[in-house]
Design a protein around this ligand. Structure first.
Ligand code: LRH
Ligand code: MN
Length: 432
């Protein structure tokens, strides 16, 4: 499928880059000289970074909200077709987000093969599909108000299993190979449900979904400590998730949503543990200060994101069976233009990845084995302190993206044009 006309004119991007190229080259050469002093070839790093991509969530293209309110912006997308167009803008300027992770039934259409072609014409493919058994749909036979895959009601569990299998069938038409399963199942009161039996019901249902996975497909279990349940969640942490994944089978892995942990939990260690047992299946990147805030990646705690990627580079160097994490963003953009937030988030994620590549692994390992704590820490810190933005700008420019994505996006007046073309989104609350 040939890429049709992309949403932002390539002339505008070329003109934008031409004005900034000289300073990028100067900064790139200076960083290159600095890195070569420690035996690092900046072009090798650049070429590795150019291969890294992260998927964007279809539901992140529109304004998100909280239970209190959602404040739409003029020109925000109203359906999957407009969301794909916006995701194409993000990829065109970042050159790092060529896949979209869809959510069903939010992105339901009649013809999924046509949707696949439409996405391809915008230079996009589809990453993991997400099922939704945390909301009731109009005309739905059985409510998920007391649970879905772990519901005490067999007909409700069967309905939830059926929906997940339908998502797999849709995903096959879209070219996906992963199903992400997050359930809101849990309790608000001690005693409301038996904590053991509810997990057993979940495992029985999940086993039926697992049995429906086509050959190469994976099932990614997404744990979450709380919300919408505020006393217990059936798959509340990495422990419950890895035990469930181990009991379900090799094609079942664990997905780490950074916002789904208690404050100050050592998420990079969870990544190392899941990798150690060959169960690291993927990520939902975002940031948070308190709960599942779904804030922009790297906006609150960029050092944690760096430490997560430090573990991922170690994992790449010491791969386990089937090591191929699905890298995806999962955010809710309540106060910014979602396109700007996802471009900035892609940049923050690639920045963390690039800084992690720059860690002197031999020096780090030698210091660790010698219990030279300060040198070991400094091996990470000196990489973290490196300003890698010249490498990322060069990668974007060479791949046809924009050196300064937000400046180029604003120059394009894309959102203003869409606010003329698209019907306004009504007031509301919640995530979509
Ligand atoms: C749950 C979650 C999950 C998605 C939803 C949109 O908090 O992280 O990944 O299904 O957000
Ligand atoms: Mn998530």
């Amino acid at each position: 499928m040939t890429i049709s006309t992309l949403p932002i004119s390539t002339e505008l991007i070329a003109e934008h880059n031409a004005a900034l190229m000289a300073s990028v080259d100067e900064d790139y050469d200076a960083l290159g000289r600095k890195l070569s002093r420690t035996g690092v070839d900046i072009d090798v790093v650049k070429n590795k970074v150019a291969e890294f991509t992260v998927a964007v969530p279809s539901w992140g293209a529109g304004r998100g909200g909280t239970r209190f309110a959602k404040f739409p912006i003029p020109g925000e997308p109203t359906n999957i077709h407009e969301k794909l167009e916006d995701c194409a803008v993000i990829n065109q300027l970042s050159q790092a987000t060529p896949r979209v992770s869809p959510h069903f039934p939010w992105d339901k259409v009649d013809d999924y093969s046509a949707l696949r072609e439409e996405a391809a014409s915008l230079g996009l493919g589809f990453d993991a599909v997400n099922s939704n058994t945390f909301q009731d749909q109009l005309g739905q036979a059985h409510s998920y108000s007391t649970g879905s895959l772990s519901s005490t009601d067999a007909a409700t569990r069967a309905q939830a299993v059926e929906h997940n299998i339908e998502c797999i069938e849709i995903g096959q038409k879209l070219g996906s190979t992963d199903l992400t399963v997050w359930v809101g199942d849990g309790t608000n009161f001690p005693g409301q449900q038996d904590l053991g039996r509810s997990l057993d019901r979940y495992l029985d249902s999940a086993a039926e979904v697992y049995a429906a996975l086509p050959g190469t497909w994976r099932m990614l279990l997404e744990h979450k400590m709380f919300e919408p349940a505020f006393y217990s969640s059936v798959i509340s942490d990495w422990g419950s998730s890895i035990l469930a994944a181990q009991s379900l089978g090799d094609k079942c892995k664990c997905l780490v949503d950074l916002g789904h942990h208690a404050p100050n939990v050592n998420i990079e260690q969870i990544v190392a543990r899941l990798h150690r047992f060959g169960k690291l299946g993927g990520f939902h990147f975002n940031d948070s200060k308190y709960g599942d805030d779904d804030l922009d990646s790297g906006s609150i705690n960029p050092h944690q994101l760096f430490l997560v990627f430090n573990e991922l580079i170690e994992a790449e160097l010491h791969p386990r069976e089937g090591f191929n994490p699905a890298y995806m963003i999962d955010q809710s953009h309540n106060v910014t233009d979602p396109i700007e937030s996802m471009m900035a988030s892609a940049d923050a994620i690639l920045t963390a990845y690039t800084k992690a590549i720059l860690v002197d692994r031999q020096g780090l390992t030698a210091a660790q084995e010698a219990n030279d704590t300060m040198l070991a820490f400094q091996a990470l810190r000196s990489a973290y302190k490196t300003d890698t933005s010249p490498i990322l700008a060069k990668v974007r420019q060479e791949k046809g993206g924009a050196i300064d994505m937000i400046q180029a996006y604003r120059t394009s007046k894309y959102r203003e044009r869409k606010s003329q073309a698209r019907k306004p989104v009504g007031l509301g609350s919640g995530i979509v």
